[in-house]
Every structure is written in C-alpha cells, then in structure tokens.
Design a protein around this ligand. Structure first.
Ligand SMILES: N[C@@H](CCC[C@H](N)C(=O)O)C(=O)O
Length: 326
C-alpha cells in the first residue's frame, strides 16, 4: 500500500503527517507503531527522522470532521500535541479550503484557525490548548495531595520548585535561571522521571522555563516518549499558564515564548467556571512530501522513498535568526 507523508514542523518540533483517510485500508495498531519507530528514528529514519507521527483520521465523537492522533518517536501515544496540531490545522485548512474549524483529539474537540503571519512568509496557525487540570490523578502523578503547584519534588532537585499540570497531556514545569536551564541536572531528572519511578508511572513532559522580560519566557522541554525536542507546544502553553499564575504574567495578553526551535505566542484565558485554556500561535511549516510503500517502511527499505522539498525551510531559518538560541 502506497503512503504519502508530509514532513512538517512547528518550532522545529518535527513530525510526519499521514492522512489515513486517503489509504486503501486503515493501519493496524502494530503497523502504526512499527512505522512510527522506523521513519522517525533520528539515525536511520526518513529524512533524518522526526519527533513523531501525526495521524489524520475521521472524527469519531461527531458525525463529521477530522481527528488527529499523536504517536511519539518511541511508539507511545500522546493525548495532544500543540505544535503538531498547528501543522495538521494547516493541512486540513488547505484540504477543506476553510480557515477555521474544529479538530478532534483524544480528549477534546479543539478550535483551530489560520492566523496572521508570525514572520515573513511563515504560514501561521492558532490552536486551542484545553482542557487544563491540576489534579495529580489526571497526569497521572502519584502524590499525597490533590494538586502539586510550586513545590519541591522530594530530594530529586534540591532548591527547585515544580508545578504539575495536564493540558491534557502531562507536564511538570520549573522556573529556573539560565545555568540550570542548560544543566546536566535537567537531563538526569527528566530521564529518571521518564524511566521506572514511583512518581510518574506513564512518564511526564518536563520543562525548565527562564523569564526573559515582561510577557516573555524561554521554554526548554524534555518530551516524554522522545527526549529533548526543539520545542513542545503543549509545554509552552502550560508554562505560559504557570507564568501567569506564579510570576505575574498577564492573562488575556500575548506572551512571547522562545524555544530552541524558534518562537511562538500564547494567550492564557479563563472560563467563567474558573478553568483555564490557552491559545498557541505559531508556524506550521511544510518541509517535504514523501511517497513510499508501507511494505518498504516495515522492511526498513527507506531508500525506496521519493521525496520532494517544499521549499519553506529557508524562510523559517530567516525568521528564527531573529531570536536568541539556547
Ligand atoms: N511536542 C508535542 C507534545 C507531544 C506529546 C508528548 N511527547 C507527550 O507524550 O505528551 C507538543 O507540541 O505539544
């Protein structure tokens, strides 16, 4: 069976989009996991691999519409992906010839729309990040109280305070200084909490956040199921929320969030019932179109692929030249 893939990125968080509605038959779960592990491998995968696969399908909760599933680089499935959702929003916007619509994700139907360009010739989309929960059971996080906000984590990282939030994928966030952001301590902690550990049985996305100025933060994330990525959209949205709640950031006002792969903007909103949701605004860049058969992928014969560049990488590199790197 022939597959048409698109290699995309949101803040250089890279994915392959696969539209299952165009296939002769749906993939089995085993095929999906094997395909993801093979094509996203950073050493041997297609086009130097990726952070995951975004599977576009038909919505199940509604009578019409589309869905997005997120398969991490290690084959595990995530409930949401903010950077990925922007790219899927662009893909579906071009396919449906619509600028604003809803995409079904594992736990929520999320509003997406085409937005004003964030940089010259940068296709930009705005997506809803929701629902938000501070209940530790939702992450899941084995902790003695209902919430975990601005607290130390036993003796795992002395002197650092963390907050746990599900958006709805799980995040652990700490505001740190620049030295700590780039320290080995970060990697050690992140690997521990994503291995066998008593706190996070399913692992957790961990972000270290540096305050850069008024409504300006830098976020570095170790992603569950992947490792350090250039950016994680849900992490940037969750970090923006914690910036508002703990550091005096303004609600309903844009926050500039830089990351190792570029820059996005977020807006934190509050519903009347007191719950929060965020907007995530940023690039949806298409890098390559790739054609390859499922059989060749599963036999690891990736040289049999046909790839065409979509010529958007240069504009993006020019755009991120404006922002400081890690
Ligand atoms: N990079 C994503 C998040 C992908 C899922 C994450 N690794 C998880 O397992 O929760 C984003 O942009 O949000």
């Amino acid at each position: 069976m022939q597959l048409e893939l698109i290699k995309v990125h949101g803040s250089e968080n890279e994915f392959f989009i696969l539209d299952e509605t165009l296939l002769e038959r749906p993939l089995t779960q085993d095929e999906l996991v094997s395909l993801t592990k093979i094509i996203t491998d950073r050493n041997t995968g297609l086009l130097k691999g990726a952070d995951g696969v975004l599977l576009v399908g038909t919505a199940k909760r509604k009578e019409s519409g589309e869905s997005m599933r997120v398969i991490n680089n290690d084959g595990s499935e995530a409930s949401m992906c903010g950077n990925g959702l922007r790219t899927v929003a662009r893909y579906l916007s071009e396919k449906k010839k619509l600028d604003e619509f809803v995409i079904e994700t594992m736990h929520a139907d999320l509003q997406v729309k085409k937005a004003e360009e964030i940089g010259k010739n940068i296709q930009t989309f705005q997506v809803e990040i929701s629902p938000v929960s501070f209940n530790v059971e939702k992450l899941p996080f084995n902790w003695k109280s209902e919430n975990f906000i601005d607290q130390e984590l036993a003796d795992l990282a002395p002197g650092l305070k963390f907050s746990a939030v599900a958006v709805p994928n799980p995040h652990l966030i700490s505001f740190v200084d620049h030295g700590t952001l780039t320290s080995l301590q970060f990697e050690k902690l992140a690997k521990y909490l994503n291995g066998k550990n008593p706190y996070f049985p399913d692992g957790v996305n961990i972000s270290f956040v540096e305050e850069l100025g008024k409504q300006e933060i830098f976020v570095r994330t170790f992603e569950r199921g992947v490792g350090f990525t250039n950016a994680c959209g849900t992490a940037m949205a969750a970090s923006s929320l914690m910036y508002v709640l703990l550091k005096g950031g303004m609600i309903e006002e844009k926050i500039q969030v830089t990351n190792p792969g570029g820059m996005v903007q977020t807006i934190v909103h509050k519903h009347e019932d007191g719950t929060y949701w965020m907007d995530l605004i940023g690039n949806a860049t298409f890098l390559n179109k790739v054609s390859i058969s499922l059989e060749d992928i599963l036999d690891s014969k990736l040289d049999n692929s046909n790839s065409v560049s979509l010529n958007e990488a240069k504009a993006y590199r020019e755009f991120i030249g404006n922002f400081s790197a890690l």
